[in-house]
Design a protein around this ligand. Structure first.
Ligand SMILES: C[S@@+](CC[C@H](N)C(=O)[O-])C[C@H]1O[C@@H](n2cnc3c(N)ncnc32)[C@H](O)[C@@H]1O
Length: 365
């Protein structure tokens, strides 16, 4: 008689039916794999490998040198060959480098995104995208208390200075590509209101494609100081008015602008202030003018949208009241402000923009 239950499919256990060989012999349920846990544990290290490689200048050095040996690259970037080798092997494993024999070289992904001159460079973004790293180390306490110990709002310029440098190339591409859906390049005498503009990628996109367009560009004074050289590089300084100060408090004209831009700013705002900001931007539009509100919008099923779910945790980890919202939630703010014809566009992957129009005749909703 065996010790197995009466419903066992075999009259007797066979020698091969041991836990070591087949798992539980009389059930088709196997324990789930631990790979997702290892994926997370290693994710921490992968982030630092990539951030260090960028900080060491590995991708820029490979761009300049082509395929090189570890020893040669170590001299170029000033690193220990043994430690650099470990880094390069990990980067190749992540799909950011190719190995040819004893030499390493860039591939299409690293050439496009990880060199500082790449056409869609994210090199300056990687290290700052998660927000202040100390805030991740204290996440447990933040979740218990309901607020981070050091929210970015305590020193916005220290956080946003590097961040807007890091996002500039991506948002500029998004804004340039958006012309296909918005046709801003052909708007006669277009007036742009770029609120919390960072380094002003939206204004740069519109003004460089539309020679008659002008813009009012707002952000903190130190951020606008950093934007000025970029405006000069794009030869649009004379068509831009800088309007430094708190976006909630600066004076805005009414019924004046063709385009108002709220680019990736609403998610740091609490509901009340966010709604007011949308209302102020809308009131500044002339009838027929359009509000552009870009953000990382939560999917209706947050659990099925892991990227925005992580952005939402990033907001919880480092802001006082910031959170991601669904596009529907923002659209309801826009409708409440009086905007119509609200639609969602995605000029480039992962960058989506809600567009709403102020009606030509108010009250005709
Ligand atoms: C994520 S960046 C987005 C920059 C730009 N709009 C874009 O789409 O690339 C947010 C910007 O909002 C600015 N900002 C946040 N709160 C602000 C406030 N109360 N007044 C003025 N600027 C503010 C920050 O300085 C930063 O430049």
């Amino acid at each position: 008689m065996t010790s197995f239950g009466r419903d066992a499919p075999y009259p007797e256990p066979k020698a091969t039916h041991t836990m070591a060989r087949t798992g539980r012999p009389f059930t088709d349920r196997k324990p789930p794999p631990a790979a997702p846990i290892w994926d997370v544990i290693e994710g921490f290290g992968r982030f630092h490998v990539l951030a260090s490689a960028i900080e060491l200048g590995v991708f820029d050095a490979l761009e300049a040198a082509g395929a090189v040996s570890v020893d040669e690259l170590a001299v170029r970037v000033g690193a220990s060959p043994r430690h650099l080798h470990a880094l390069l092997q990990a980067l190749a494993g992540m799909g950011f480098l190719e190995r040819r024999g004893e030499r390493y070289e860039l591939n299409d992904t690293s050439r496009r995104y990880l060199t500082s001159s790449g056409p869609a460079t994210m090199a300056a973004l990687v290290a700052v995208a998660p927000g202040p790293l100390d805030n991740w180390a204290t996440l447990t306490e933040t979740v218990r208390r309901g607020r981070p110990a050091r929210p970015i709002e305590d020193d916005p310029v220290a956080f946003y200075g590097p961040l807007v440098r890091g996002t500039f190339a991506t948002i500029l591409r998004c804004a340039q590509r958006a012309d296909r859906q918005l046709s801003y390049s052909t708007l006669p005498d277009a007036r742009v209101l770029d609120l919390a503009a960072g380094l002003a990628p939206w204004s740069i996109a519109v003004l460089t494609s539309n020679p008659a367009a002008t813009a009012v560009v707002n952000d903190w004074p130190e951020i606008l100081d950093a934007a000025e050289p970029l405006l000069a590089d794009h030869r649009i300084t004379d068509r831009v008015e800088l309007r430094p100060g708190n976006v909630h408090q600066i004076t805005l004209e009414r019924d004046h602008y063709d385009l108002a831009v709220l680019g990736h700013v609403c998610r740091t705002e609490p509901d009340q202030l966010g709604r007011e900001l949308v209302g102020r931007a809308t009131a500044a539009l002339r009838p027929g003018g359009r509000l552009l509100l870009s953000d990382y919008f939560l999917g209706r099923e947050v659990e099925l949208d892991p990227h925005t779910a992580m952005m939402n945790v990033t907001m919880a980890a480092s802001t006082r009241e910031g959170r991601c919202r669904t596009a529907d939630e923002y659209a309801s703010w826009m409708r409440a402000a009086g905007l119509q014809d609200i639609r969602l566009i995605e000029p480039i992957g992962f960058q989506r923009v809600l567009v709403g129009r102020r009606p030509f005749r108010e009250g005709r909703q």
